[in-house]
Design a protein. Structure first.
Length: 95
């Protein structure tokens, strides 16, 4: 990075996840959010890379588990009934 910058090439550090988490500026700005995940326990998530004063973003839940929202999507959004959902499960489409 320094060699490139010395030659006039705009460049910066590319951090690993561990390096980012150790970045004092990101921590100071409250970039990381700690959320309880049902399988991984307490886990650090990247927050938003920007702050909006009137409509601030918020991470409310961890990454979903596989199939966690099947019922919501199939029944409430797609409008399938119990029999149709059962048919999908029977042929292995929900695995």
């Amino acid at each position: 990075m320094e060699l490139l910058q010395e030659k006039g090439v705009p460049s910066g550090v590319v951090h690993s996840s561990e390096g980012l988490y150790g970045d004092l500026q990101l921590r100071h700005r409250g970039h990381f959010v700690t959320i309880e995940h049902p399988e991984m326990g307490r886990h650090h998530y990247d927050g938003y890379s920007f702050n909006l004063s009137r409509t601030p973003g918020q991470i409310r839940s961890p990454a979903p588990l596989m199939g966690q929202h099947n019922e919501l999507v199939l029944r409430d959004i797609l409008g399938l009934d119990e029999e149709e959902i059962g048919d999908l499960a029977e042929v292995g489409a929900l695995e």
